[in-house]
Design a protein around this ligand. Structure first.
Ligand SMILES: Nc1ncnc2c1ncn2[C@@H]1O[C@H](COP(=O)(O)OP(=O)(O)O)[C@@H](O)[C@H]1O
Ligand SMILES: N[C@@H](CCC(=O)OP(=O)(O)O)C(=O)O
Length: 369
C-alpha cells in the first residue's frame, strides 16, 4: 500500500565531519533510495538541512557562524548549491523535485497553513519530491523553527504522513550521548510518551560540530509526530538504504510508535502552527480539569496572566512553576483576563459590563502539549 514518507537528513550526515565537504556518496545513496520509494508508489518528502554547512564549506569558513546576518548570508550561498546537487542527482534518475522553503510565519495564519498543505498535496499528486528547508535567509529570530527536526515533524503532521525518518550521525537513540557515555544503552522501541518520560534520556547540551540541537530536538520532533499519528524512526544517515530495510520490517534505529488516536488537524495547528503570545498560570483544580477531565478553561482557575494579547490569540497554560501543560485560543484579551481571573463565570458580565463567553478557552480550542 502506498504511504506518505517524510525523510529528514541532518548536516552531520550530508557533510564530511573532518572537512565540511559534501558527503557525495551519502547524498547519491539518499537520492537512489527516495527514487526507489517513489517507484514503489510512495509519496516522499525530503527535509534537508545543510544550507549553512554547505555555505560555510563554499566560503572557506571553518565553523558555523553565530551572528544572525552572517548565518543568513551563508545559508543563501549554501541552499542554492545544495539544490543544484540534489537536482543533478534526481534528474539523473528522472525524478522531478521542488524546493520548498518555509518560515514559521507561513504556518501561523490558518489560511496560510492550509495553503502550504495544498501546495504539498499538489506536488505529491504530481509525483514530485519536495525538498524542504527553513528559509534561513529571511527567517527572523522570533519566528524561526530553529531546527529542521522540528520542521520535519511539523511537515509530517501537516501532510499526515505515515512515516518520519530522522537521519543523523548515530545509529539510534541511546540512554545518554554515546560520544560522552561509552556504556549508554541503545533504545530500539518507544511505545508511548509515558515510556519516553520514564527512560529519562540524557542528551547533553549540543549536537555535533555542524548540527543544530542534537538529540533534544529529535526527541521533541518525535513527540510532535507521534501525537499526529506518524510512526517516527531515528536512524543512521550514512546508510539511507536502511529506510527500505526498515519499511520491510528490519529492526534498525529507534522506533516511536504513533499515538493510536491522533490529535485533530485543527488542534495540531493550535499546538504547533501558532506562536503563543502569552501565558496563563493555573491552579491545581484547573490543571486537573483540563489534563484529566478534558474540560474547558474557566476564569476561576487562572491565577496569573502574563503578556499582552487579544481575544483569539494563542497562549500557553502553565502550572505554578511555569511548565507548559496545554495551549489554546483565548476568548478574552489579557486586559480583560486581569479583571476576571479567579472569578466565577457568572460574575464576568458584571465585571466587564457585557455578556462574554462562559469559558476563557473552550475545550475545542484547547490542546494538551
Ligand atoms: N541520548 C543520545 N543518543 C544518541 N545521540 C545523542 C544523545 N544525546 C546527544 N546525542 C548526540 O546527538 C548528535 C546528533 O545531533 P546533531 O548533531 O544535531 O545531528 P544532525 O545534524 O543529524 O541533526 C549525535 O552525534 C550525538 O552525539
Ligand atoms: N536550516 C539549517 C538547518 C538547521 C538544522 O536543523 O541543522 P541539523 O541539526 O543539521 O539538521 C540549514 O540548512 O543549515
Amino acid at each position: 500500500m502506498s504511504k506518505t514518507i517524510v525523510v529528514k537528513i541532518g548536516t552531520s550526515s550530508l557533510t564530511q565531519p573532518e572537512t565540511g565537504q559534501l558527503a557525495l556518496s551519502t547524498i547519491a545513496s539518499l537520492a537512489e533510495t527516495l527514487c526507489h520509494l517513489r517507484q514503489q508508489g510512495h509519496r516522499v518528502i525530503l527535509v534537508s538541512s545543510g544550507a549553512v554547512g554547505v555555505g560555510c564549506a563554499r566560503l572557506g569558513l571553518t565553523e558555523r557562524p553565530k551572528a544572525m546576518a552572517l548565518k543568513q548570508a551563508v545559508a543563501a550561498v549554501g541552499q542554492g548549491r545544495l539544490m543544484r546537487i540534489y537536482d543533478d542527482l534526481f534528474t539523473t534518475l528522472s525524478q522531478p523535485i521542488a524546493q520548498v522553503l518555509l518560515t514559521r510565519s507561513d504556518l501561523v495564519q490558518r489560511s496560510h497553513y492550509l495553503n502550504v498543505y495544498n501546495t504539498f498535496a499538489e506536488l505529491l499528486a504530481l509525483g514530485v519530491i519536495p525538498v524542504v528547508n527553513e528559509n534561513d535567509t529571511v527567517a527572523v529570530e522570533e519566528l524561526k523553527f530553529g531546527d529542521n527536526d522540528t520542521l520535519s515533524a511539523l511537515v509530517a503532521s501537516l501532510v499526515e504522513a505515515d512515516w518520519l525518518f530522522i537521519l543523523t550521525d548515530v545509529d539510534r537513540l541511546y540512554s545518554a550521548d554515546p560520544r560522552c557515555v561509552p556504556d549508554a544503552q541503545p533504545i530500539s522501541l518507544v511505545n508511548n510518551l509515558q515510556e519516553l518520560a520514564a527512560l529519562q534520556i540524557q542528551t547533553g547540551a549540543q549536537g555535533s560540530q555542524w548540527g543544530t540541537g542534537g538529540m533534544v530536538t529529535k526527541i521533541s520532533a518525535a513527540r510532535i509526530a507521534i501525537a499526529a499519528g506518524v510512526r517516527t524512526v531515528i536512524t543512521q544517515g550514512r546508510f539511507p538504504h536502511n529506510i527500505e530495510k526498515i519499511l520491510a520490517g528490519e529492526p534498525l534505529g529507534t522506533h516511536f510508535q504513533p499515538q493510536p488516536e491522533p490529535t485533530s488537524a485543527r488542534k495540531r495547528w493550535i499546538a504547533y502552527g501558532l506562536v503563543p503570545v502569552g501565558k496563563l498560570y493555573l491552579d491545581t483544580g484547573a490543571i486537573a480539569a483540563i489534563a484529566q477531565g478534558g474540560k474547558s478553561l474557566l476564569a476561576a482557575g487562572i491565577k496569573t496572566v502574563e503578556g499582552n494579547f487579544e481575544a483569539q490569540d494563542a497562549v500557553q497554560l502553565c502550572d505554578h512553576q511555569g511548565t507548559e501543560i496545554a495551549r489554546g485560543l483565548v476568548n478574552y484579551s489579557s486586559e480583560e483576563l486581569e479583571k476576571i481571573r479567579g472569578c466565577h463565570s457568572r460574575e464576568i458580565c458584571t465585571i466587564l459590563g457585557y455578556v462574554g463567553a462562559e469559558t476563557v478557552i473552550h475545550r475545542d480550542n484547547l490542546v494538551l502539549t
